[in-house]
Design a protein around this ligand. Structure first.
Ligand SMILES: [Fe+2]
Length: 387
């Protein structure tokens, strides 16, 4: 099924709300981004300190909510990474931690003794450097409600609003990660990807806070729903020099159309015209100066300029390499109110869907980064100069 603009025309776009900002969430402590026009259910507002998993249904609304509203197309905008210019030693951040655990050699660091909402700007900038270097940073037991999470994420860049997924009606920057007995039980939930890579400026720093864990173990034991991340830097470096030389010349098309079509076939809705964007197969990270592989099974549909069979073969090879690079992966066992912060530019991830039909719920906030680019002078991980 092809998606056309007509499919996503939303009734009411030119209606009573046009030109007006909807009412603000009661907000005594945090600054939220400016809200888009035409948000649905203006009568609803998420109370502070309460999971929308509870408050939205209590208001008589579907959760997550799929009521359509129209968003403008995303356009390229200025982005400066907060990590640039931060202390490479991260003295202010590490000085506040009681423990720094590097979970594997290649990827994943857990910070102990830190509350995200207590970090100052210097520490936040160092945290974003740590995320860029280690791919993903974990913190447990975070006292961070959804409003604070949005404000924290917005510090690092313009927040992404998903083109089709269910939302919290008054907090559209949040992507609820929500599965229960209504989910389709299948492996389609376990595909390695980086989030919304079809966007012009796909997210960089991305935060997921898990507030409800599945009781999927024996006798209702709380377990299941781990997430795995893999390092794009290390996977790219592991390829042969000849193959890397070829990949560095290639561009690939990333598409949001299939995701949009799925939404239209189901109960979902579309808020923007789905797009396809060409990105380099190998991109440079602006903070680390490292080369990282930037294709993924969910959204990368073809290598530009190659016959389909060659394009498919190369993408299949790369996707299989990502999935099988166990030495460059970290598997995170969630606990209630744990937060993962990953760099969506330099990592891949997938949830583990071993908990059907139990409930698992978290909230994701993603800040858009730069448009992907490739700098031929950028380095492999092993060539990186430690500063
Ligand atoms: Fe994801």
């Amino acid at each position: 099924m092809a998606v056309t603009k007509e499919d996503i025309t939303v009734p009411g776009v030119n209606g009573a709300n046009e030109g007006k900002l909807l009412k603000e969430v009661p907000d005594d402590e945090v600054n939220l981004p400016r809200k888009p026009l035409n948000l649905p259910h203006p009568e609803y507002s998420t109370p502070r300190g309460v999971s929308p998993l509870i408050s939205v249904p209590q208001a008589g609304l579907q959760y997550p909510n799929y009521t359509p509203f129209k968003l403008p197309e995303l356009v390229e905008h200025q982005f400066t990474d907060r990590a640039i210019g931060s202390d490479p030693k991260k003295a202010a951040l590490f000085g506040a931690a009681t423990e720094v655990k590097h979970l594997t050699p290649a990827i994943g660091t857990e910070l102990v003794g830190i509350q995200l909402k207590s970090l100052n700007d210097v520490q936040k900038n160092e945290l974003s450097r740590l995320v860029a270097e280690r791919g993903v940073v974990f913190l447990r037991d975070q006292d961070l409600d959804v409003h604070e999470q949005i404000a924290f994420g917005a510090y690092f860049g313009e927040l992404h609003i998903h083109q089709m997924a269910g939302i919290i009606p008054d907090l559209p920057w949040v992507h609820p990660i929500h599965k229960d007995e209504t989910a389709v039980n299948g492996r389609s939930h376990q595909i390695w990807h980086s989030d919304v890579s079809y966007e012009i400026q796909p997210p960089g720093l991305t935060l997921l806070r898990m507030d409800t864990l599945p009781n999927a173990g024996p006798d209702g034991y709380e377990t299941g729903g781990d997430t795995i991340w893999a390092s794009g830097y290390h996977i790219y470096q592991s390829l042969s020099p000849t193959l890397r030389g070829i990949l560095e010349t290639l561009q690939a098309k990333h598409s949001g159309l299939e995701q949009a079509e799925k939404a239209l076939k189901g109960n979902g809705c579309l808020r923007r015209d789905p797009i396809e964007t060409v990105h380099p197969v190998v991109r440079t990270h602006p903070v680390t100066g490292l080369k990282t592989l930037f294709v993924n099974e969910n959204f990368t549909k073809e290598i530009v300029g190659l016959e389909k069979r060659f394009s498919d073969t190369i993408l299949d090879l790369l996707n299989r390499t990502i999935a099988e690079s166990y030495e460059y992966q970290v598997r995170w066992k969630w606990t209630k109110n744990a937060v993962a912060i990953w760099d969506n530019r330099a990592t891949f991830h997938t949830g583990i869907f071993d908990y059907y039909p139990h409930l698992r719920h978290g909230l994701r906030v993603a800040s858009q980064a730069e448009r992907p680019y490739f700098d031929p002078s950028s380095k492999l991980q092993c060539e990186a100069t430690r500063v």
